[in-house]
Design a protein around this ligand. Sequence first.
Ligand SMILES: C[S@@+](CC[C@H](N)C(=O)[O-])C[C@H]1O[C@@H](n2cnc3c(N)ncnc32)[C@H](O)[C@@H]1O
Length: 520
Amino acid sequence: MNAEAASIAEIQTGEPVEESLLSIADALRARFFASVSFAHQKAFGQFLTPPHVADLMAAMFQLRSRHVRLLDAGAGMGILSAAFVRRQLQRKMPPKRIEVTAYELDAMLLRGIEQTCEACRVACQQHGVEFSATIRNTDFIAEAAEMQRHDFFSKAPPVFDAAIVNPPYGKLSTTSDGYRLLRAVGAETTNLYTAFLNLIIGLLRPKGELVAITPRSFCNGPYFKRFRQRLLTEMSLRRIHVFESRTAAFKHDDVLQENVILHAVKGHRDSRCIRVSQSTGGHHDAGQSRTFPTTEIVSPADAEAFIHIPTSEQHLAARGQVARLEATLGRLGLAVSTGRVVAFRAREHIRQKPEEGACPLIYPCHFGGLFVTWPAERGRKPNAIREDDQTQSLTIPAAVYVLTKRFTSKEERRRIVACIYDPVRVGSQRVGFENHLNYIHASGKGLDMLLAKGLWAYLNSSVLDLYFRQFNGHTQVNATDLRNVRFPSAQQLRAIGHQIGDRGPGQDEIDQIVARELKA
Ligand SMILES: C[S@@+](CC[C@H](N)C(=O)[O-])C[C@H]1O[C@@H](n2cnc3c(N)ncnc32)[C@H](O)[C@@H]1O
């Protein structure tokens, strides 16, 4: 039976139609996936929400209004609206009226949304609830930005009581029309999903509720700072749901970011607690949840406004241990910088093999455990950079530095991977660090080896990894992330460094050494 026939058959069975709403939208989704190419889905960011995730989202709303105006921006097949209507109809006192406004750019999805909305209308009718749907086949960014311009020519924007959204993901170029429109309303951002959320926040009425499923990347990092600040000043976070695995929520769709669901209420400041829940993302996983003081999720003292998401006992223990530490790289008199050599810009100066007149060029592939191993005998990465006037600013004096990878692969056990650059083992006056690395230094100078080994062990420890994962949902470790991390004191770091030896202990031993010193 095709989806259209299925939806009609289900409506005619005499059962309450709201029970079939999710399966109707899901059948439409399956039909759609069978009919379009992956390239088409990717171009529109079409990672459609599975029914059980849509229901988890719809169940988060707390609003009890008699008249509900719902925004579904980037509606796909309308499964989120369907889940919302279904949950509203299950209320003890269902609303009198539900108005859905759905935006969808891809005309190929319109027939599906219409069918879903028709099923919603029938379901509402069975409960004596008025239902209307406005489907806008247009660019949500352009229209919502236009509505929020508040100038002489713009119309008064509509206001919504609720918004449920799984926005498209992807970059928004700073030269695009979308970016220009966003800038005109002070909501510029270089990611599609934060652009959607920014605009939705502007369209909600006071106490209006937002439930959104998004990548977790907005929780930290400099790119999302402005968005976080807006989210946290204009909305009050109520609940965060984390999926334990990267592919959990969108199993069929090859989405490789960790996803979170966020429930927030506009301008409502009285929330002292945030509920954090977690599940694998599977159909029957009820998950688990805990409530935290809001200040533990977003520290009022944190200028970066990072959003920390603790999800297990281990996370909490790690958090307690790291939060007690008082030092930061800055307080230790240290700084972190990003490697200056961008390979494609310095192509003519880079050499595959070491040669006279060239100094070592270090890539992540040179990480050899405790120390950098150079040159790399095998592998495709170059090993050297010419030393001349043009490359003088790209290289630095050779000294002891602690390096960290900026990007780790999914397979890597830890998010932070550190390694020591020891000039004695490499043998040269200067060194170049490639742009995929960060390096820790003392105001441009090197570190003493004991401190470097202490930093190496702490950065590679499981306790820091567990702590770090609470606010870092992707595989990138930025210099700002490292600047914000708490470190043991210089004395503790040197005491750790003393126990490291020259071969580099394994993970268990690193963890024991670090744990002993943190407790001491
Ligand atoms: C991640 S999908 C989610 C779809 C649906 N809400 C769901 O949860 O299954 C995002 C949807 O937004 C649509 N979309 C992408 N860019 C858009 C834009 N600028 N304006 C409106 N819709 C857009 C895509 O075609 C896609 O259907």
